[in-house]
Design a binder for this molecule. Structure first.
Ligand code: PEP
Length: 258
């Protein structure tokens, strides 16, 4: 065992209204129960749109589900005159355990750089939530053979200002952009190469406790049929799942990879 609890997080992106959200979480709970899922063995997290979170909270609390939930983004600001933004305190109050920051779709379509991602990660942690910090290279960078350097630079920038103790509690997600939503999954060896490099960099900068504690996820076209090979890799501690997380059976199968 790697000594870290594996984490499966389902990023719904901009899909499912609050009524559909309840249906999916209920189905997922039934699927996991049928599969005799052990939540202490693999943590399960859903990451719905903001407008679904209150409904998910009510369901999870009411049915005492062990499924956890998080948000897809958070404001860099604490509070105030920032129209359209959602604060970390609001998400924490709703019971969010996690916040995804720096997803490649935020980096690409909303021009988020490492400085913004870093500020969001700090906001999340300051309110007691765990940031899931996303990094990953595009196809051009991969083809140029610069993927490791690219991801390590994103890790350096996105994790700036955290103590070693804090880094040990974080989640980093390696998501090669060319594998997101394309059906083209990275090979287990590709995933391992970058995840190991990320842990190595954290070991170099923050020491053994941080490196051995931080959980590093792979994301990009993960399905029930390909999850086992990825999870067998030494430095992969879970998956960030997009498309496949919208189907209870498929995501349930991913969570029950063991
Ligand atoms: C993602 O967006 O985080 C992702 C991994 O998407 P998909 O699983 O659909 O490739």
């Amino acid at each position: 065992s790697k000594g870290r609890t594996p984490l499966m997080a389902g990023n719904w992106k901009m899909n499912l209204n609050h009524q559909e959200a309840i249906v999916l979480v209920q189905k997922l709970a039934v699927t996991l129960s049928d599969k005799k899922h052990d939540f202490s063995r693999v943590e399960v997290v859903v990451v719905p749109p903001f407008t679904d979170l209150r409904s998910v909270q009510t369901l999870v609390d009411g049915d005492r589900l062990q499924i956890r939930y998080g948000a897809q983004d958070v404001s860099t600001h604490e509070a105030g005159a920032y129209t359209g933004e959602i604060s970390a305190a609001m998400l924490a109050k709703l019971g969010c355990s996690y916040v995804v920051v720096g997803h490649s779709e935020r980096r690409e379509y909303h021009a988020e750089g490492d400085e913004v991602v870093n500020a969001k990660a700090h906001r999340a942690l300051a309110t007691g939530m765990t940031p899931i910090v996303c990094v990953g290279e595009g196809l051009d960078v991969r083809q140029a053979g610069a993927h490791v350097a690219h991801c390590l630079a994103q890790v350096d920038g996105s994790l700036a200002g955290f103590s070693a103790e804090q880094v040990g509690g974080l989640v980093v997600a390696y998501e090669p952009v060319w594998a997101i939503g394309t059906g083209e999954v990275a090979t287990p060896e590709d995933a391992q190469e970058v995840c190991a490099a990320i842990r190595g960099r954290i070991r170099e900068v923050h020491g053994d406790d941080a490196a051995d504690g931080v959980r590093i996820l792979y994301g990009g076209s993960v399905k029930a049929a390909n999850v086992a090979g990825i999870m067998a890799q030494r430095d992969v501690d879970g998956c960030l799942v997009g498309g496949a997380s919208l189907q209870a059976d498929e995501f349930g199968g991913i969570c029950r990879f063991y």
